[in-house]
Design a protein around this ligand. Structure first.
Ligand code: LLP
Length: 430
């Protein structure tokens, strides 16, 4: 019997399911992957990536749009390649992310939007030479530098101003971005005057407006509120003589980390409606920058229990993955469901699941009730596809995990485990 852990996106099987007592990724037992590739191990389901991308994209059918997957959520080259093959564009925030896109598909450069508050001259030059779709400008200083570099290189650049709509998005304070107190964007009230300056720069083509109000937002209302403010601005800007053809509404659509029963097709449609409705009749090309909503549920971090340990009245499971592999619980008090890779016991117990790193903050769960697992057993941290591997580090001189991509019965190693030599390659002993 195959029991889904999560409901499917548009009727397809979810990424991780139990078949009897064994956890599978698509048709492959996760225990087999751990044996073959070691732990900690990131495992991704390629059909879930495909399914979620197509579901999201399909929700905007009928409105001219480009989905620009947010590379920062998970920048593995094979994932980018899979998305590019379905026609996805990309939201990048660094020259490095642009290089990644170019590495997998040079033609996808024409579907790249470049966001970020601190673009350097080198990054701007690379993007100008590449001929990306849009620069999302975040300050007057950046506008001046971009204008100057574009004239110097004689490259035309389409630009949008990232405006800060002062909309409150109910999410963790570290991932909320749409209020005036945040460093992102330009206050919406100052926008018209800056657009006037942009229009005077010969090599800049004023083409759009962009916004991103935050991440892991599960209500669609803040997106709708932000779009209404943007539409008002677009109308005023057109009156001022600017040819506004694009609105980029950023990313931020949240996922359900607690294993709730939700249908992604419905969520995507609700989100699409909230975003599209204020745009009706404007003849706007919509740009979307989802990261987590596409890739989050497609991946799990597999880790092995090293030790069981009891301190006073607390039970600990010490696992071989640490905050360097997945920092979300430590950084945002984020919740990830933890499930055994083999269901061997019906008994449950309350435990802290912690890593090997020398920090009190190195934990994946506190006082969590889980099925009893023994030392040597494997557990999976679910919904770890977004902001897992991409924020991983070498803290405590730990090599970063391997990543595998499963497709039906097939498995591909899409990043090998980092060795000690990989880690010290750029250092020298003097
Ligand atoms: N566009 C821009 C301009 C962004 O800053 C971000 C995310 C996105 C798109 C994609 O947002 P998404 O659809 O993934 O929510 N590390 C945090 C999340 C940081 C988000 C940063 N910006 C976490 O693990 O929750």
């Amino acid at each position: 019997m195959t029991k889904p852990l999560k409901p499917s996106a548009s009727g397809r099987p979810p990424a991780f399911v139990y078949s009897g007592k064994k956890l599978l990724c698509e048709a492959v037992p996760v225990a087999q992957l751990a044996k073959r590739f070691g732990t900690p191990l990131y495992v991704y389901s390629s059909s879930t990536i495909r399914d979620r991308y197509l579901t999201f994209d399909g929700a905007f059918k009928g409105s001219p749009h480009t989905v620009c997957y947010s590379v920062k959520a998970n920048s593995n080259l094979s994932i980018l390649k899979l998305l590019a093959s379905m026609g996805s564009g990309f939201d990048i925030v660094s020259g490095g992310e642009l290089e990644r896109v170019l590495r997998v598909d040079k033609k996808a450069a024409h579907r790249v939007v470049f966001s970020g508050v601190g673009k350097t001259q080198e990054e701007i030059d690379l993007a100008l030479k590449t001929g990306i779709l849009m620069f999302n400008i975040e300050s007057e200083g950046e506008a001046e530098l971009l204008g100057a570099r574009a004239s110097k290189l004689k490259k035309h650049a389409r630009v949008a101003l990232r405006v800060n709509p002062d909309v409150f998005a109910e999410t963790h304070p570290y991932i909320s971005t749409g209020l005036h107190k945040h460093k992102f964007g330009i206050p919406i009230a100052d926008a018209r005057q800056i657009y006037r300056k942009l229009a005077k720069m010969r090599y800049l083509d004023v083409a759009g407006i962009s916004v991103h109000i935050g991440s892991q937002i599960t209500s669609v209302d803040p997106f709708n509120a932000a779009m209404e403010r943007l539409v008002e601005l677009a109308v005023n800007l057109r009156r001022d003589g600017h040819d506004i053809r694009y609105i980029d509404c950023g990313g931020g659509l949240g996922i359900h980390y607690h294993g709730e029963h939700t249908d992604f097709a419905q969520t995507a449609q609700r989100y699409a409606l909230a975003v599209i409705k204020p745009l009706s009749g404007l003849g706007i090309h919509l740009l979307l920058e989802p990261g987590r909503a596409i890739i989050g549920p497609c991946g799990a971090l597999i880790t092995r229990v090293l030790y069981r340990k009891r301190n006073g009245d607390k039970n600990f499971l010490v696992v071989d993955a640490g905050m360097n592999d997945l920092i979300r619980p430590s950084l945002y008090s984020a919740y990830h469901e933890i499930v055994p890779v083999e269901l061997s016991s019906r008994k449950r117990e309350t435990v802290d699941v912690v890593g090997p790193i020398c920090e009190t903050g190195d934990f994946f769960a506190r006082d969590r009730e889980l099925p009893v697992v023994g030392s040597g057993d494997l557990v999976a941290l679910l919904d770890a596809g977004a902001y897992g591997m991409s924020i991983s580090s070498n803290y405590n001189t730990r090599g970063r995990a391997a990543e595998v991509m499963v497709s039906g019965k097939q498995t591909k190693l899409v990043r090998r485990r980092e060795t000690f030599d990989d880690q010290v390659r750029t250092e020298s002993v003097r």
